[in-house]
Design a protein around this ligand. Structure first.
Ligand code: FAD
Length: 72
């Protein structure tokens, strides 16, 4: 967040026709849009604030499975 340029996407001021409309540009919405786009599905992300700057932008970015400690 501190080292990347802030995104500036235009406000949606007109009707848009897409196959999939995703509400929310966090990791869930962006990942879904990425996968859908890769399959050639016309997708739009509607974000109320700024892309990736909700909870996603403030997580610690660790990857774990089930958050369970592995005891050896
Ligand atoms: C302190 C903290 C640390 C974390 N650390 C980790 C970690 O290390 N590893 C991990 O895997 N997970 C972590 N998590 C959990 C992880 O951050 C969340 O599970 C994940 O970011 C949720 O992503 P999301 O896209 O579902 O939601 P969000 O990132 O919240 O995105 C939702 C977006 O939708 C937008 N929105 C909401 N309503 C509307 C509307 N009506 N119209 C348009 N836009 C709307 C919001 O503005 C927001 O940008 C952490 C969470 C917290 C709070």
């Amino acid at each position: 967040m501190a080292s990347t340029t802030e995104t500036q996407y235009p406000t949606l001021n007109e009707d848009l026709k897409v196959n999939v409309a995703i509400i929310g540009g966090g990791i869930t919405g962006i990942s879904s849009a990425y996968m859908l786009n890769k399959e050639g599905i016309n997708t739009a992300i509607i974000e109320a604030e700024r892309i990736f700057q909700g909870t996603t932008g403030h997580m610690t970015a660790k990857i774990t499975s089930q958050h369970g400690p592995i005891v050896k």
